[in-house]
Design a protein around this ligand. Sequence first.
Ligand SMILES: Nc1ncnc2c1ncn2[C@@H]1O[C@H](COP(=O)(O)OP(=O)(O)OP(=O)(O)O)[C@@H](O)[C@H]1O
Ligand SMILES: [Mg+2]
Length: 407
Amino acid sequence: MLRLPPRATQCRSSAASDVYTRQAAHGTWIGAFAPIRDNDGQVVALLQVDTPLDRLLEESNRHTTQQALFALLLLVVLVCAMNLASHRLTRALTLLAQAAKRFGHGDFKTKITAHGATSEIEELAGALETARQEISEQVDAQQLTEAQLAEALAKAKAATEVKSQFLANMSHELRTPLNAIIGFSEIISNQMFGPVGQTKYVDYATDIRSSGAHLLSIINDILDLAKIEAGHASVQEQVEFEIGPAISSAVRMVAPLAERRGVDLAVLSCPEPVRLIGVERMIRQVLVNVMSNAVKFTEEGGSVTVVTERRAGGSFRISVMDTGIGMSSEEVKIALTPFGQADNMLTRKHEGTGLGLPLANAMMELHGGRLLVKSKPGRGTTIVLLFPAARVSVASPEETVAARASS
Ligand SMILES: Nc1ncnc2c1ncn2[C@@H]1O[C@H](COP(=O)(O)OP(=O)(O)OP(=O)(O)O)[C@@H](O)[C@H]1O
Ligand SMILES: [Mg+2]
């Protein structure tokens, strides 16, 4: 800022303003003058200002330094403010990233806060915190349900364990005297140690034997099913056996019943002999159970056909088709549950305990196979027994020739 030096004002006669420098004893002076005019435009005075150049430069330098210092200070304050803001932002984002990481690891317990961050980030943190609380509550509820389910499952397993243990003990206790009853009644009915005086006694002994055998088969079914349900049954005794003879033997067992009921029974086998890997006793029982049902639930004049076929991919299928009374889909569900019988107790005409089909189903599953029921009321039933390729072994051509020659 220039100030007017006290002795710098003097009038000179000049029409134009100008700037000049002059050398004086104390150094260089810089000055400027300008004319002062009256209303008519006549120069009446000359305004002149001058000052030592050193002083002017000093003044100007001080001013520049002040401005530079001020700018520097402003810059420092700005950098500090930006640093602070970026630190707060980074910290808040790090907190949010850590929270997301915890979420990923299934930890919904730690609270999410981003105090002091920008309002947007605080809002984001707030939304995340609300979501965390909801998820945490859901996780707690789910954990509680899981714990309750695990407890219920453990109790059910323990109960099943007790049940199968009880059945195993009971069936052992029942089977021993039952075998004696069956054996001795057979001796009496066959009069092995000499004639029985009264023929009535022979008839009674025969009835005792057949009732005992029936009871034994029910006990065996119950035990087998309980064992499979408790996971105690296995296919460890599995062997490779030809399925043809097993089917023939099942047919022979149900043939008398078919004949009595006037039901036609036929088998259509696939050309090549097929061997299955499994527990032969179980597969035979599955066949008998399914075929005896087909005959039992088919009216006189109807037919039961057993068809075997190898499937593409190597699996093997046995279909037992009947033209009997059939079942609705609801009845099929009932039929597959232990002791479930489609026709109710009052109207039922057929004997049985309702164990045959669920047992056959459980035995098929134990072999990795499936038992499928296709049925319609009044239109008959087809039970499909499906064995996976892993359980099927096809006989070699030489064996096929030998099998054909011997048949
Ligand atoms: N081929 C079929 N046609 C119609 N109904 C059937 C057939 N097979 C099974 N059912 C129905 O399913 C029920 C259950 O069959 P399942 O073999 O388990 O018992 P069951 O034959 O009554 O008695 P058992 O224990 O002596 O076999 C039968 O009572 C019957 O109602
Ligand atoms: Mg049955």
